[in-house]
Design a protein around this ligand. Structure first.
Ligand code: AMP
Length: 193
C-alpha cells in the first residue's frame, strides 16, 4: 500500500498535485478541508461548528478531523492506498493517524512537503479566491492567519515524520509538471526502500 501525506501551507499546490498523484498511483484522496466543506454545504451541526473556526483561519479540533478520517478509512478498506491532503495538521493528528493505519495493518510510506514562501502563498490564494468561491481565500488578513496557524501548529508535524525518516521536501515553486515529476521521483524512491 502507498500512503502519502502531502504536506505544505495553504496555497502550496497540494490539491493540484493530489489530482495527478491520485491518477498515477490509483490512490483514494482524503482532504479534511474538502470533507469539512461538504459538511458545511450539507448544513450539518459539525459543519456549522467547523465553519465558525474556518472563517477565522483557525484549525478545527483534532477529534473532529480524526473522526472523519477514521470513517473514511473504514469506508475504503480495499483501496490501493491513500493520499492525505491537509491532514495531519497537528502532532496529535499524526499520532492518531499512525494508530488508525496500524489497526488497518498499514502505515505512512512518506510525507512530501511542498515548500513555498508566504508572499507567493498570499498571491496564489488571492488569485484562487477569485474563482474558488472559498471565503477563506478572499481576504488577505485571513490568508495570513491561516499561514500563521500552519507555521505555529503544523510545522512540528514535519519533525514528527522526519524522526521516522519519512520526510522529504520539494521546492513548490515552478511548473506543475516539474513539481509533479519531483514528487513522483521521491515517492518511487520511498516505495523501493
Ligand atoms: P484546507 O482546505 O486544507 O486549506 O482547509 C481549510 C480549513 O479547514 C483550514 O483552514 C482549517 O480551518 C480546516 N481544516 C482542514 N483540515 C484540517 C485539519 N487536519 N485539522 C484542523 N483543521 C483543518
Amino acid at each position: 500500500m502507498l500512503n502519502l501525506v502531502l504536506f505544505g501551507p495553504p496555497g502550496a499546490g497540494k490539491g493540484t498535485q493530489s489530482e495527478n498523484l491520485i491518477r498515477k498511483y490509483n490512490l483514494v484522496h482524503l482532504s479534511t478541508g474538502d470533507l469539512l466543506r461538504s459538511q458545511i454545504a450539507a448544513g450539518t451541526e459539525l459543519g456549522l461548528r467547523a465553519k465558525q473556526l474556518m472563517d477565522q483561519g483557525l484549525l478545527v479540533p483534532d477529534e473532529v478531523v480524526i473522526g472523519m478520517i477514521e470513517n473514511k478509512l473504514k469506508d475504503n478498506q480495499s483501496a490501493a492506498g491513500f493520499i492525505f491532503d491537509g491532514f495531519p495538521r497537528t502532532v496529535p493528528q499524526a499520532q492518531a493517524l499512525d494508530s488508525l493505519l496500524d489497526q488497518h495493518g498499514t502505515k505512512i510510506t512518506v510525507m512530501v512537503a511542498l515548500i513555498v514562501d508566504s508572499e507567493e502563498l498570499t498571491k496564489r490564494l488571492l488569485i484562487r479566491g477569485r474563482t474558488s468561491g472559498r471565503p477563506d481565500d478572499q481576504n488577505e488578513d485571513l490568508i495570513r492567519r491561516r499561514v500563521k496557524e500552519y507555521n505555529d501548529k503544523t510545522t512540528p508535524v514535519a519533525d514528527y515524520y522526519s524522526q521516522q525518516g519519512k520526510f522529504v521536501a520539494i521546492d513548490g515553486i515552478g511548473s506543475i509538471e516539474n513539481i509533479f515529476e519531483s514528487i513522483c521521483a521521491k515517492i518511487d524512491e520511498s516505495v523501493e526502500e
